[in-house]
Design a protein around this ligand. Structure first.
Ligand SMILES: [Zn+2]
Length: 385
């Protein structure tokens, strides 16, 4: 017995440099586990959990406490080859101010270092945006006079997408111009929701009411892939089918319900625009940052998109790097559905990749930059036509 005790004591001593930090996982999208903590080097090793059959990559968002503050704190994790490694993860002490850190490793490993200034630090793939972030934001603005309807599109017993109608008092008038906006078909593109929040903030404001809402009614689904936002899965290439690639045959209830609603409302209003807001993937293809795709591959509609973005440039300093037609060869993308449909009054339908973390000059975007993109996307409509 005494021998066993000594052996245990020996291991405790040997492993004493691997003392524990407290891993804070009471956050949504906590798609990670702690592997170990080395107090000598002040390094937190963590394992990104991913259900490899049902995700293309992941996003994580967790906190740690109990590390040393007298030296650099390091986070290390291995990513499988097929996962996109976040190039510019962020940390925060308060979920208000975020600091971007560049990964020191360019291989499969993620390794970042910074000097911690508080006792608890939160670390995430990029600016995190969870379902409760949306709820908190919405609850703070839900008394806006511009909101005509706040509903939900329910697609399972527990999951439902928020669904907003924004317009002025006469919004039911037949023939009003209708703009449909959906966001976050891919859960790990959390920056898309900052752009969306910027849009909503402007749409809820008094300033907006006078100018814009006499002309337009907005139908908005701010977060489509609620399930994976909560689980911390990417949603991209998800099984049985990626939401964004389910628009042709359509087996996912989320997309069924969206298509129904779009078609129904398009018949009532003068259906004018459709926007699908994405955010590239973490550390993704930076050559394609801030790009927009024409979902309906028709010359006139492409000209309309150019015109719209020219209006946007009048307000904003952000310059989308390219315009492309819908991506051929991706069966079932949102684009395919659009190409099979003809809505007579549709100016254009588009997917926007708002980019993740870096702009065309490789400057790291801030949360405020994303808000500004969203605000100015709405303001651009004041100038358009
Ligand atoms: Zn996407």
């Amino acid at each position: 017995m005494r021998k066993i005790f000594l052996i245990i004591l020996f291991f405790l001593t040997v492993n004493s440099s691997f003392s524990q930090v407290t891993f804070i996982k009471n956050l949504e999208n906590q798609n990670v586990a702690q592997e170990k903590y080395d107090s000598l080097t002040n390094t937190v090793y963590f394992l990104p959990y991913a259900d490899s059959l049902n995700t293309y990559s992941l996003w994580f968002n967790f906190g740690v406490a109990g590390f040393r503050k007298d030296t650099l704190l390091t986070f290390v994790s291995n990513f499988k080859q097929r996962f996109f490694k976040p190039n510019f993860p962020v940390y925060t002490y308060d979920h208000k101010k975020y600091f971007s850190v560049k990964s020191l490793d360019y291989g499969k490993k993620l390794r970042v270092q910074f000097l911690p200034e508080r006792d608890t630090v939160y670390f995430s793939t990029g600016f995190p945006y969870s379902y409760s972030d949306y709820e908190n934001f919405f609850n703070a603005h839900s008394d806006s006079e511009n909101i005509r309807e706040k509903a939900f599109l329910e697609y399972s017993d527990t999951l439902k997408m928020p669904y907003l109608t924004i317009g002025d008092k006469r919004y039911f008038k037949r023939g009003k111009k209708l703009i449909w906006i959906i966001c976050r078909q891919h859960a790990f593109e959390s920056v898309a929701n900052y752009v969306m929040q910027g849009m909503l903030e402007y749409l809820f404001s008094k300033e907006c009411a006078k100018k814009l809402l006499r002309k337009y009614t907005f139908k908005i689904v701010p977060m489509v892939d609620i399930r994976n936002v909560v689980l911390g899965q990417s949603g991209r290439m998800g099984l049985p089918v990626d939401l964004n690639r389910d628009w042709d045959k359509t087996i996912r209830p989320e997309i069924k319900i969206l298509k129904n609603e779009i078609t129904k409302t398009a018949n009532y209003y003068r259906y004018y625009m459709f926007w699908d807001i994405h955010g590239t993937f973490p550390g993704g293809d930076i050559q394609r940052n801030f790009s927009y795709f024409s979902l309906a591959d028709i010359d006139k509609k492409r000209k309309n998109i150019h015109k719209y973005w020219d209006c946007f440039f009048d307000f904003a300093k952000f310059v989308p790097t390219e315009i492309s037609d819908f991506q051929k060869g991706y069966d079932g993308l949102t684009a395919d559905w659009w190409n099979h449909l003809t809505f007579p009054n549709l100016e254009f339908s588009t997917t926007l990749e708002t980019d993740w973390n870096v702009n065309h000059k490789f400057d790291v975007y801030t949360v405020e930059d994303y808000y500004e993109i969203g605000r100015n996307m709405i303001r651009a409509l004041e100038k358009y036509r």
